[in-house]
Structure formats: C-alpha cells, structure tokens
Ligand binder design. Structure first.
Ligand SMILES: Nc1ncnc2c1ncn2[C@@H]1O[C@H](COP(=O)(O)OP(=O)(O)OP(=O)(O)O)[C@@H](O)[C@H]1O
Length: 249
C-alpha cells in the first residue's frame, strides 16, 4: 500500500507543481490517476520513484516513508517505475533487457536466473523471443517486456507512466493483458494514463488530479459512469481517449 499525504514537489526554484497531494494506492489493486495536461500526474510518480525530491509531505510504503530516498534505495524497498518512453535497450536481447531489472541485485545470479524463468512463464513473449534483439518487437510486445523487467525484483508497487502512449488498439489489448498479469502477481499498480477510458477500464480505483491537487478519489467504475467526467477531460484537453470502450481490454 502506498499512502501519499501532503505531498509538495516541483522543479528547481519555481513554484511547486504538487501543492499538497493526498492519495492512496490500495494493496494489490490498480489505481489510475487521471486529469488534464499539466495537472501533475507524472510528477507524483517521479516523487514516488525518487527521481524528484519532494519539498514536503510523506510517501508511505507499508508505513515506511520513501520521501527523499535515493531511487536505487526506493527500488530496493519494492517500488519500480516503468518509464514512459524508450524503456528498452534495442540492441540488447529480450532476456538481457529483462535481467537488467535486477541490476541493483546483480550479484545474486542464481536467484535472478530462477526469477527470469518464472517471469518467462508469466509473459509468453519473453520466453518466445528471449534471444532476439528488443529492436525487433512491436510496441505492445515492448511494453510487455518492460513490465516483465519491472517484476524481476518482486516489487510491491509498480508505477506506470502513460503506458498506452503510441499504441494501436491491438497493442493496447496486449498492454491491458500485461497489466492484468502484473496485478495477478499481487503487485500494487499506480498508473497515470492520458487515455482516460482505457486507464479507468483497467483500474479498481480512480484519482482525479487538477492543478497539483487531488479533486476526487473513488472506485474507477463510479468515475466512468459520471457524466461530469467527459466535461472535465474533454474540456481540459486531455483528450478523453474515447476510442477504447470499457471492457474492451
Ligand atoms: N523536468 C521538468 N522541469 C520543469 N518543469 C517540469 C518538468 N517536468 C514537468 N514539468 C512541469 O510540471 C507540470 C506538471 O507536469 P506533469 O508531467 O506532472 O503533468 P501531467 O499531469 O503528467 O501532464 P501530462 O499529461 O501533460 O504529462 C507541467 O507544467 C510541466 O511543464
């Protein structure tokens, strides 16, 4: 469980982008953060993974405060972020890319080898294309390999920053299946998604952000059914992503 309270964070000396964010990602659930462009959604993930040092507030992982810890320490504690773009090394094989997920524990060779075998069972693409260069994969297949890599250290929490960007509908279905696989491993998933309907259709819980604050937290189906949602997202320029019907995943 991740519990964020009073989180204030920003870039350089400028005014903070996050102005007191409170949100919870329930254990074993998928929580989707939505909101207009510039709301601060990705900034929340950067603070959780240690890429951005919060100015104040707490980010509790099962009661321990992660705020201000170094990224490598946060990974060791069980929180892994899947980056938005260019997550794989194209010249390396699928296997090499997945094994990099255990880089901070690279001396544990035997344990990592066993974990790779488990992950290859969870994600068929990893088993089927293990020896092939990542450059040869489709967009949806790459996302699956990125998720596989994120599982190497048995994380408690996986942070996904706009995973559907650039994917066609078929690849989005593969992505949805891969997120289901992450979740079936008992991982808590915190996802930021521009494609609001797609993100909410995968999620148990929803968090709406605007202007660096949380406007609303509720079950994802409640937000999907809310007629005010379209006004917020279409009006706010986030584009609603209305091409992905609920349940299509
Ligand atoms: N590295 C950075 N340096 C300075 N400002 C930044 C940086 N990254 C983001 N920002 C600013 O922080 C604000 C929030 O950005 P953030 O990426 O968190 O928003 P978001 O809700 O994820 O929106 P989007 O969907 O457009 O990515 C924006 O005004 C953005 O310009």
């Amino acid at each position: 469980m991740i519990t964020i309270s009073g989180l204030v964070a920003g870039y350089g000396a400028a005014d903070p982008i996050l102005r007191g964010v409170d949100l919870t990602a329930a254990p074993g659930a998928v929580t989707c953060v939505v909101g207009p462009n510039g709301a601060g959604k990705s900034t929340v993930l950067k603070a959780c993974s240690g890429l951005l040092r919060p100015r104040s507030g707490r980010i509790l992982l099962d009661g321990d405060d992660l705020a201000g810890l170094a990224p490598a320490e946060i990974i060791r504690r069980g929180v892994v972020q899947v980056p938005q773009h260019h997550g794989l090394f194209p010249a390396l094989t699928v296997r090499e890319n997945v094994m990099l997920g255990a880089y901070v524990e690279r001396r544990e060779r035997e344990r990592n080898r066993r974990r790779f075998a488990e992950i290859a069972e969870l994600f068929p693409i990893v088993a089927e294309r293990a020896g092939e260069r990542a450059a040869n994969l489709s967009g949806g297949q790459r996302r699956a390999v990125e998720f596989a890599r994120a599982l190497m250290l048995r994380p408690k929490v996986v942070l996904l920053d706009e995973p559907s960007v650039g994917l066609d509908p078929r690849a989005r279905r593969q992505l949805a299946a891969a997120i289901g696989t992450l979740n079936s491993e008992g991982v808590t998933v915190l996802i930021v998604e521009q494609n609001v309907k797609f993100g909410l259709s995968l999620a148990h819980d929803a968090v709406v952000m605007e202007g660096g604050k949380v406007l609303r937290s509720c079950p994802a189906p409640d937000l999907l059914a809310d007629p005010g949602m379209a006004a917020l997202f279409l009006g706010g320029g986030a584009g609603g992503g209305g091409d992905e019907p609920k349940g299509d995943a």
